[in-house]
Design a protein around this ligand. Structure first.
Ligand SMILES: [Ca+2]
Ligand SMILES: [Ca+2]
Ligand SMILES: [Ca+2]
Length: 137
């Protein structure tokens, strides 16, 4: 499994883009746009949690299963299954195969390094580059 992920990452890194030719920066901009409900260019913690619980969680049990996440993400942002599964693995802090607000709060230090409770596009880009590896730049 891990070998498969590594192989997929190596192949994607060589291509530098995903299934629809989108780079990490382009995917990041799309995700940002979807999360930033009040369009102020920043994603607040509230907006982040809303995205997690109301958009990615399809059966409303307040947690996002790996299946829910991967199918939504692949359909919406066109990353391949392996890249998305690896991304989910990184997001799922306690590795119970469900993404909850608890998992996300563990990432806030990286998502929001300046601690102003807002994730700027630059902060989010940095986070995405650290967690999605299909290009080197
Ligand atoms: Ca906002
Ligand atoms: Ca979890
Ligand atoms: Ca911030």
């Amino acid at each position: 499994m891990i070998t498969y992920f590594l192989l997929a990452i190596v192949i994607e890194a060589a291509l530098g883009a995903n299934n629809q030719g989108l780079t990490v920066d382009q995917v990041t901009a799309l995700v940002m746009l979807d999360m930033d409900d009040n369009h102020d260019g920043h994603v607040s913690e509230g907006e982040l949690m809303l995205e997690l619980v109301f958009r990615w969680d399809k059966n409303f049990d307040l947690q996002v299963s790996q299946t829910e996440f991967v199918s939504f993400w692949v359909q919406t942002y066109h990353d391949d299954q392996a890249t998305t599964a690896a991304f989910f693995y990184n997001l799922d802090f306690n590795h119970d195969n469900f993404l909850t607000t608890d998992d996300i709060s563990h990432h806030l230090g990286v998502l929001d390094p300046n601690g102003d409770k807002q994730v700027s596009e630059a902060e989010f880009k940095h986070f995405m580059h650290a967690n999605i590896h299909y290009e080197s730049n």
